[in-house]
Design a protein around this ligand. Structure first.
Ligand code: GDP
Length: 726
């Protein structure tokens, strides 16, 4: 049977019209895994009886234990719709926002996203996040409202009450979609509706589903369905209106195929020349074009080693090809190509444009790489809505494991680019940074368990930022030999410009004209926008000088100096963001020998640091949105847990039989939250957090934290005299 399915997949791979690349995205616990298993069972990939229990997508042991999905896994299946076979390539997305980077990467590889929403809970914070991620990538949404059985059997809702509830879920989701797509000119109306068949309802647990088209086909109306569900005739319900058919029909009918999607999506997700041959190959889904693979995920197979999975946008991938990997110098040779069936990989002869491929041999690729047969502009770096905000030290318990630990850490950061690592071979105490406490905990447990390396980890440490709060005077930076001088000022960037930088809407890879326009739209004056020399992290460097001899050839060193100074801010050597640095004037030595790195870098570094201090630089701390769902008797305890952490409760309201408490709190204070909230509410609270950016810390807290960080980093704890504004 399996062999037959593989053959069928291979045949369909060559017919892009029959292909749908999709993701299922949901807030944690809304039923994505259960639904996915149903689809696999419906397509004959796993047995019907065990669907829902098998959790085929949650392949990692720790995912099964925690009941959450972490790695984006891939699976292909076939489905017959209107007498034609379709190949559905499904990419799994993690539900927990701590793993936001994986969600964005998965979205880039697909053309349609099935958003699953729990009928009882309605749209939740992560529903909003996944919808936003889909729309930003030009991915079309459809809605499946899950757990409808609970409305009928548990909450005993009548038809009207139920209709009202379902309509309000649809309305919530449409509000999100409308709000986010209004400004996009390349898409039509992407709101969902029952009438169009872009909304389905049902129960992933009991394996039944309905949509407008399915009701028309089976002749069953909602009343019939409610009767069967209420009378516990779920098996009958499943047989008369099986969930997998309803959902897969919806996928085939409403999600775009690659031929339809790629011409629209490529200009949105790729910044290269849209008139070029490569662009044409991608827009036409040309299997004979140059090979372009966008890697979304790196997995490890105990036998085959590293596997790069991703979307083939153009050309055909085959064994033996020598392909470029973006961001690296050489080429890698393809050792094998395959597709995914369930959690397993099946080798095939070739994988053409429009499909999801699993490739071995691409040893330099990381999640996010562009792999291609000719050198090309890579897909714009996938923007991670959240940056690492927490760091832990990690060291091997046994000296013998040292090399293996280093290798494993490198591997982890390759597989999950939202993890960053800092290897310290001298002390053996490495640093691992990620999206939150849970994110790091999961990764370190994997290292211990999967790799069998016992490790010791340090206390989690929060990552801060430094930012100027006012405009500085002009500062003169002098090189050690006193022959080179740089005149620099620093101003705070406006929130609008900073947002553009955060979202990746402005970068040095984009055409200059476009960059100017984006910056001017964000309120930057014309002349400044024309003088942008570089973008360094979330800071902009403006060159306002004119006709200074030798400056051009020295500029690279100036930028190096800036980079240096911005990576380690003057307060606590944390990264600087939100600075507009202007070079007004410079004096340079005639002779290149006297204006080398040892002269220019310290001069600019010193000038930038002094200008930042003059611009009253402050520490920023990361904050998180917190949402707690809790029975009303524990509401006071739950809001107390937020308030007691320098947090703020913004809203409290009833939802179903629970109270919802929403607020924000600093990441630093959220360490240990999970056990505290458990004991404060007798384990009755469910909660989640989402990174919500950085905010300036209150002045009275700054000196203590700065001191703490400086001590930890082994810096002089005494601040420079000039920082006396606290
Ligand atoms: P995920 O986190 O989105 O992957 O959610 P899961 O598929 O793991 O489901 C979370 C929980 O909800 C599990 O206990 C499921 O058994 C349960 N669940 C999923 N779908 C349904 C449904 O349609 N009805 C009911 N009553 N429970 C469901």
């Amino acid at each position: 049977r399996r062999k037959k399915i593989v053959e069928q997949c291979e045949r369909l791979m060559d017919e892009p019209k029959q292909i749908r690349n999709i993701a299922i995205a949901a807030h944690v616990d809304h039923g994505k895994t259960t639904l996915t298993d149903n689809l696999l069972a419906g397509a004959g990939m796993i047995s019907q009886d065990t669907a829902g229990e098998q959790l085929a997508m949650d392949t990692e042991e720790d995912e099964q234990e925690r009941g959450i999905t972490i790695d984006a896994a891939n699976v292909s299946m076939t489905h017959e719709y209107e007498d034609e076979d379709h190949l559905i390539n499904l990419i799994d997305t993690p539900g927990h926002v701590d793993f936001g980077g994986d969600v964005t990467r998965a979205m880039r590889a697909v053309d349609g996203a099935l958003v699953v929403v729990d009928a009882v809970e309605g749209a939740m914070p992560q529903t909003e996040t996944v919808v936003r991620q889909a729309l930003r990538e030009g991915v079309k949404p459809a809605l499946f409202i899950n757990k409808v059985d609970r409305l009928i059997s548990e909450l005993q809702e009548g038809p009207e009450e139920m209709q009202e509830r379902l309509l309000s879920v649809i309305h919530e989701v449409n509000e999100l979609i409308r709000g986010m797509t209004e400004e996009m000119d390349d898409i039509e109306d992407w709101t969902v509706s029952v009438e169009d068949g872009t909304v389905g309802f049902g129960s992933a647990l009991y394996k039944w589903g309905v949509s407008m088209p399915s009701m028309q086909r089976t002749g069953m109306d909602f009343g019939d369905i409610m009767d069967l569900e209420r009378n516990d005739k779920r098996q009958e319900l499943h047989e008369r209106t099986p969930l997998s058919d309803v959902v897969l029909d919806m996928v085939c009918e409403h999600f775009p195929d690659p031929i339809d999607a790629q011409p629209r999506r490529i200009p949105r997700i790729w910044r290269g020349d849209n008139e070029s041959e490569i662009a044409e190959g991608m827009q036409l889904v040309d299997e004979n074009g140059e090979v372009v693979l966008m890697v979304t995920d790196i997995g490890i197979d105990p036998h085959a080693g590293e596997i790069a999975a991703g979307r083939v946008f153009s050309g055909t991938i085959e064994k033996g090809q020598e392909l470029y990997v973006s961001g690296t110098a050489g080429k890698n040779r393809v050792q094998s190509v395959g597709i995914y069936m369930g959690g397993e990989r099946e080798e095939v002869e070739h994988v053409p444009a429009g499909n999801i491929a699993a490739v071995t041999g691409l040893k330099d690729a990381i999640a996010g790489s562009t792999v291609s047969s000719v050198e090309m502009t890579p897909f714009e770096s996938i923007e991670h809505i959240s940056e690492p905000v927490i760091t832990k030290s990690i060291e091997a318990q046994n000296m013998d494991d040292l090399p293996k630990l280093i290798e494993t850490l490198r591997q982890v950061s390759k597989e999950d680019p939202t993890i960053s690592i800092e290897i310290n071979e001298d002390t053996g105490e490495h640093l691992i940074s990620g999206q939150g406490e849970l994110h790091l905990e999961v990764q370190t447990q994997r290292i211990e368990r999967n790799q069998g390396i016992p490790v010791n980890t340090g206390e989690p440490i929060v990552v801060y930022r430094e930012t100027p709060t006012t405009s500085s005077q002009e500062v003169e930076g002098v090189s050690p030999n006193r022959h080179n001088k740089f005149y620099i000022t620093v101003d705070p960037l406006s929130d609008e410009v900073l947002d553009k930088l955060r979202l990746g809407d402005v970068s040095m890879d984009m055409p200059e004209q476009e960059r100017r326009e984006v910056l001017q739209d964000a309120g930057m004056d014309k002349e400044t926008s024309q003088n942008v020399e570089n973008i360094i992290g979330k800071n902009i460097f403006i060159d306002d000088t004119k006709g200074i001899q030798h400056l051009n050839e020295t500029m690279e060193l100036v930028v190096d100096g800036l980079q240096d100074s911005l990576e380690d801010g003057p307060l606590a050597a944390e990264p600087v963001e939100g600075a507009l640095i202007r070079l007004h004037d410079a004096r340079l030595h005639e002779d290149a020998i006297h204006r080398g790195p040892a002269q220019v870098i310290p001069a600019t570094r010193d000038a930038v640091h002094r200008a930042l201090i003059d611009a009253e630089i402050r520490l920023l701390e990361p904050i998180q949105d917190v949402r707690i769902d809790v029975p009303s008797e524990h509401m006071g305890a739950a809001s107390g847990e937020i308030q007691g952490r320098r947090g703020r409760v913004d809203d409290m309201y009833q939802e179903g039989d629970l109270m919802v408490v929403e607020g924000i709190a600093p990441v630093d204070e959220m360490i240990g939250f999970s056990s505290d909230i458990r004991s404060a509410t007798e384990g009755r609270a469910s909660w989640n957090t989402e990174n919500a950016g950085f905010r300036v810390m209150a002045d009275n807290l700054q000196p203590e934290i700065i001191d703490e960080i400086r001590q930890r980093k082994g810096m002089k704890t005494e601040l420079p005299e000039s920082i006396n504004y606290f």
